[in-house]
Design a protein around this ligand. Structure first.
Ligand code: SF4
Length: 348
């Protein structure tokens, strides 16, 4: 049975996609362990719009990768998605599907994964098989989603390598991943991801392992490809500096919850949440040359020892004892797009 909701863009719970490509509502994900359940994501809402990039920022353990893996239905068997969670996605044919109701290995999810939602990762070598050429990988991705001949798939692979800026693509197509530099492998992985012309690209720390100049080239390439293909991008990173170069909108996550969201200008220039402000202060700047880098005190707690109240209160310089450790703050709106969860602003 196909788990389509219909063409009206209205979900079973009566909410609407409002023209968005993807709408994640109240996403809650726990992992079963011998010691009990660990809540990794707790009530996350995300929206992806065609032609826009949503940056998802947070330290390791913030739940950003787990949330996007849920969209791809790539979570391990120990993961439990809460039944109230919703992930609605508008397919290329206009139907809206509730992804949480699809079987992870079922036909429809396999068609969406790779065909309509593609993903790129930090480390291409973990994605590429060392015994297949770059061309094999791209052709396999094309043939999995389209009925074209092998010759056509090879020509498309060469064209894609050319499009992502790999020189001499008709020679590179027959090379193995280990024969390419880190930057070129990342370009080749983008070519694989784009092979089926996805409407949503999830990029999980795609520039973290690259040096700064190659990182800038890959970000420029992604912006160019987005303008040309009109896809939505979810860009996951721990680095607000990278976000300022690629994202239109930003969500800041901490320990599985959203602390602040807004346009990139609102979050970078008018950050309200103490966690966002601390992340911004941790970005190295030329004018601070010679000074000690700012570091956020303490460590992100283990999800097994999740603090009560605002999860950032154990590290927040402005934490108010008896307030911040008692309940999670309500959302305060500063504009139609800018909102923050912090007791400093409640009632303002
Ligand atoms: Fe800091 Fe309290 Fe705001 Fe949390 S709610 S960020 S602990 S001031």
């Amino acid at each position: 049975m196909r788990n389509s909701i219909g063409t009206s863009e209205t979900s079973m719970n009566g909410t609407s996609l409002d023209g968005a490509l993807l709408k994640v509502e109240n996403l809650r994900i726990a992992f079963r362990t011998d010691e009990g359940q660990i809540q990794a994501v707790d009530g996350v809402d995300l929206t992806a719009q065609t032609g826009r990039t949503l940056g998802i920022v947070g330290e390791s353990g913030s739940g950003k990768s787990v949330s996007t893996h849920a969209i791809m239905r790539l979570l391990p068997g120990t993961a439990v998605i809460h039944p109230d969670s919703s992930i609605q996605f508008r397919r290329k044919d206009g139907t809206v599907v509730e992804i949480t109701q699809l079987a992870p290995t079922g036909r429809e999810m396999r068609a969406i994964r790779g065909g309509e939602i593609a993903m790129i990762f930090q480390e291409p070598m973990a994605t590429f098989s060392p015994v297949y050429t770059i061309g094999n990988h791209i052709m396999e991705a094309i043939l999995a989603h389209e009925e074209v001949s092998k010759q056509e798939a090879r020509e498309r692979a060469i064209h894609l390598l050319d499009r992502v800026g790999i020189a001499n693509p008709s020679r590179r197509v027959d090379q193995y991943p280990f024969e390419l530099s880190g930057g070129m492998r990342q370009r080749a992985m983008i070519a694989v991801a784009l092979s089926a012309n996805p409407s949503l690209l999830i990029a999980d720390e795609p520039t973290t392992a690259l040096d700064v100049t190659i990182q800038a080239q890959i970000l420029a390439l992604m912006r160019e490809l987005q303008e040309e293909m009109g896809m939505a991008i979810l860009f996951i990173t721990h680095d607000l500096g990278v976000i300022s170069q690629i994202a239109h909108d930003v969500v800041v996550m901490y320990l599985g919850q959203i602390m602040e969201r807004g346009t990139v200008r609102e979050v970078i220039k008018e950050a309200k949440h103490p966690y966002t402000q601390n992340l911004l202060q941790a970005i190295p700047r030329l004018e601070s040359l010679g000074q000690r880098l700012h570091a956020i005190g303490g460590r992100i707690p283990s999800p097994m020892e999740r603090p009560p109240g605002c999860p950032f209160h154990t590290r927040c310089p402005q934490a108010m004892p008896g307030v911040c450790d008692k309940a999670f703050p309500e959302t305060t709106h500063f504009s139609p797009t800018h909102e923050v969860n912090c007791f400093l602003y409640e009632g303002s």
